[in-house]
Design a protein around this ligand. Structure first.
Ligand SMILES: [Zn+2]
Length: 306
């Protein structure tokens, strides 16, 4: 439950942050570079991220960063985010499996409760039929006694008919008791089966939870450190570029928004890059995106390759 709330809170925070980012990005785009720089500065001084956690040495002079430095930082940021993705992959389907098992356990508990309620209803119904039999038997005894003192044929016929009728009532009640008992047996069997399954699932859940907790605790510190690093780096990257980066990363299947040139081609979609464009990329004077997949292109050296 607590986990769910935390996730929800994080999501809300994320959405709010995203909205702010988009809004600011639009505003920044409309103003001059100087104004934009001031805007970025202003955003960075706002405690969107916990202020005590920001490394101020990185922030200072960040607006003076060259395109090259920004691209380099963006590539570093991507590497960190990819590492976080790897941790998440390690956890894999476990969080979902735990959730599924929790749902199944709750479902089985409800099923057992419903069966038990049905069983009680049937017991009550059987009890009612037994009372009917007792009552009918009492009437039969009473009518048989009256038969000894009949005054005429009509009275005799009426009493005889009543006795037959009560006999039929008893037969009917006995038939119903038989049916209800059979139903009750089926329900009892279902309860036993469901209880066994419940115990099994509870054991599965316990094991999965332990497994997940182990992985989470093993990678928690590592993940926190990576997130911290990512936050610091994000403050050094121009907001518009960061927004674009996040958008591309989301739509890219491998989570790569920044790729380097590989054999004269885009490292993301492998489409050839014209020589003049490759030259521009190597100059590192502006942000260049692949005209086929939209990924941000850098030269291999900037990515630390070669
Ligand atoms: Zn491409």
């Amino acid at each position: 439950m607590a986990k769910k709330e935390t996730a929800k809170a994080a999501k809300t925070k994320k959405t709010a942050a995203k909205k702010t980012t988009e809004k600011k990005a639009t505003a920044t785009a409309k103003k001059t570079t100087k104004a934009a720089k001031e805007k970025v500065k202003e955003i960075k001084t706002k405690p969107a991220v916990k202020p005590e956690k920001i490394d101020t040495t990185v922030i200072s002079g960040d607006t003076d960063l060259s395109v090259e430095q920004r691209l380099s930082n963006l590539y570093k940021l991507q590497s960190i985010l990819s590492e976080i993705d790897k941790i998440k992959t390690l956890r894999g389907e476990l969080p979902l499996e735990v959730q599924d098992l929790e749902d199944e356990v709750a479902g089985l508990q409800t099923r057992i409760q419903n069966f038990q309620l049905d069983g009680k209803d049937i017991d009550t119904a059987i009890g009612q039929q037994r009372i009917k039999i007792t009552d009918a038997n009492a009437l039969v005894t009473k009518y048989q006694e009256q038969l000894d003192n009949v005054r005429n044929n009509r009275e005799f016929d009426n009493l005889s008919k009543e006795i037959v009728y009560q006999g039929l009532e008893i037969e009917l009640a006995e038939k119903k008791i038989k049916e209800f008992t059979a139903q009750s047996k089926v329900i009892a069997e279902e309860i036993v089966k469901s209880k066994a399954l419940l115990e099994e699932r509870k054991a599965d859940l316990k094991a999965k939870k332990a497994e997940l907790n182990e992985i989470v605790s093993e990678t928690k510190i590592q993940e926190e450190q990576l997130r911290e690093k990512a936050k610091k780096l994000e403050t050094t990257i121009e907001l518009r570029l960061l927004t674009a980066f996040k958008r591309i990363r989301k739509s890219a299947r491998n989570g790569l928004a920044v790729v380097y040139i590989q054999r004269d081609a885009c490292g993301g979609c492998f489409n050839k890059i014209p020589p003049q464009r490759q030259l521009d990329i190597k100059l590192r004077k502006k942000t260049i995106v692949c005209e086929h997949c939209g990924r941000i292109l850098i030269d291999p050296q900037l990515a630390g390759i070669e």
